[in-house]
Design a protein around this ligand. Structure first.
Ligand code: FAD
Length: 385
């Protein structure tokens, strides 16, 4: 099954092997038959969140007392790999479970954790995180959304763009300035419950190059009144530090996606070139094909070994921000090259939507852009020189 023929990584325990098998069977039954329809519709069904929650595949690393599965990041890693291997690259679950929920777990008060996490684990609430604005993405300190104190609570004003899960989200962590004159120390995180937020409006589901069924959107906040309990954590001004602490996990999550997509591309391509004939032989029999796939397999293997090293360190709580930047930048760069060369081996069919490799080529592109662009990753790595 494993196209890279690698031994099981040392972080992969027996219960994770069972989880992998359960996730694979669930996704083959519930995701795979629908992915094409969802892509055509331009958005996947809201109900898939609830089904995934019922299967125990949301919030796997959230403690059981808050409705999660009580696992570790290793559980998230296994589930995310399966999502990518089955081709549901548009699904926002890795962000929901591995990025949004951990903010609430790590910084939320006891009341906030009890209020939101159990509903996120069942899929009753879909989570999003809104950092990027039309005027600023890489430079997070430049956000212009403000949360002004008003009575016991706050009033939120601003707009966000490119927000994953933007149409489905019931709960949005919004990055806003509580003190615009204080730079990074004036940034705070707020949790907006969309069902009860007059002045909140979802904008367009944006048309984009790939991830056709994901609901990447604009969001608008006009005089949205928030109760004091919407502030994530007990204190204002902690937002920037909170973001910096969580970014390594976000970057590692992108690395898992990149490596898993490479594995899928290799599997699909090897199967194809064994079947397809030209000049009286299988495409695989040409030495060019063999050399190309030998290179791709070597690069994917190196990426996977580096990834496993990072996952293991992260499980131990030892993944630093520089190494997390390396895994994000390098695996997404290598992924692009591997998928491009695989697509070439499909000939004209590789350019057709009905062949998954074509979609993968488009879907892969964003991994070098979001979660911090690869240029920003190199800046962070360079600071350690
Ligand atoms: C499909 C998709 C989903 C997304 N999901 C989310 C989400 O859920 N939540 C969210 O908040 N955001 C999300 N984003 C936004 C994403 O994180 C940003 O687009 C990204 O961080 C880059 O910001 P920007 O678009 O403003 O580009 P800019 O910051 O304007 O950058 C433009 C170019 O300049 C380069 N650059 C910028 N600064 C430097 C520098 N100092 N040195 C060298 N080069 C530099 C960049 O690398 C880039 O190549 C998503 C984006 C996409 C496309």
């Amino acid at each position: 099954m494993d196209v890279l023929n690698l031994p099981r990584p040392s972080w992969m325990t027996e219960d994770l092997v069972l989880l992998e098998d359960q996730a694979r069977r669930f996704m083959a039954a519930e995701y795979a038959p629908n992915i094409e329809r969802w892509n055509e519709a331009g958005i996947y069904d809201r109900a898939i969140w609830n089904k995934t929650g019922e299967a125990g595949l949301l919030c796997a690393a959230i403690p059981e007392q808050y409705g999660g599965a009580g696992g570790t990041f290793a559980h998230e890693a296994v589930i995310n790999r399966e999502i990518a291997l089955c081709g549901f690259d548009s699904f926002g679950a890795p962000l929901h479970s591995g990025i949004v929920a951990p903010y609430i777990l790590h910084y939320g008060t006891e009341d906030q954790k009890k209020r939101w996490l159990p509903k996120m684990a069942t899929g009753e609430m879909v989570g999003a995180i809104a950092m990027t604005e039309p005027g600023t993405g890489s430079d997070l300190q430049g956000v212009r959304t403000t949360a002004k104190k008003s009575g016991n609570g706050y009033v939120l004003n601003g707009s966000k763009i490119f927000i994953t899960n933007g149409q489905h989200a019931d709960l949005i962590i919004v990055v806003a300035k509580t003190d615009p004159s204080a730079g990074a120390k004036g940034v705070s995180l707020f949790v907006v419950e969309t069902a009860d937020a007059p002045g909140f409006r979802r904008g367009r589901k944006l048309k984009k190059l790939g991830l056709d069924s994901s609901d990447t959107s604009e969001l608008f906040f006009e005089e949205v009144k928030l109760p004091a309990e919407s502030l994530l954590g007990p204190q204002e001004g902690q937002g920037f530090v909170q973001l910096m602490q969580q970014l390594p996990q976000e970057r590692l999550t992108v690395g898992i996606h990149a490596v898993s997509m490479m594995e899928r591309a290799l599997r699909l391509t090897i199967d194809y070139v064994k079947e397809r004939q030209a000049f009286g032989k299988a495409i695989l029999d040409f030495q060019n094909t063999q050399f190309t796939l030998a290179e791709c397999k070597t690069e994917a293997t190196a990426a996977r070994v580096f990834l496993d090293h990072c996952i293991e360190r992260h499980i131990r709580g030892e993944l630093d921000s520089v190494t997390a930047s390396m895994i994000k930048y390098w695996t997404t760069d290598v992924q692009a090259k591997v998928i491009d060369r695989c697509l070439q081996l499909f000939g004209g069919y590789g350019y057709m939507d009905e062949y998954p490799i074509s979609r993968m080529y488009r879907d892969a592109r964003v991994l070098r852009i979001y979660a911090g662009t690869n240029e920003i990753m190199k800046l962070l790595i360079a600071r350690s020189l």
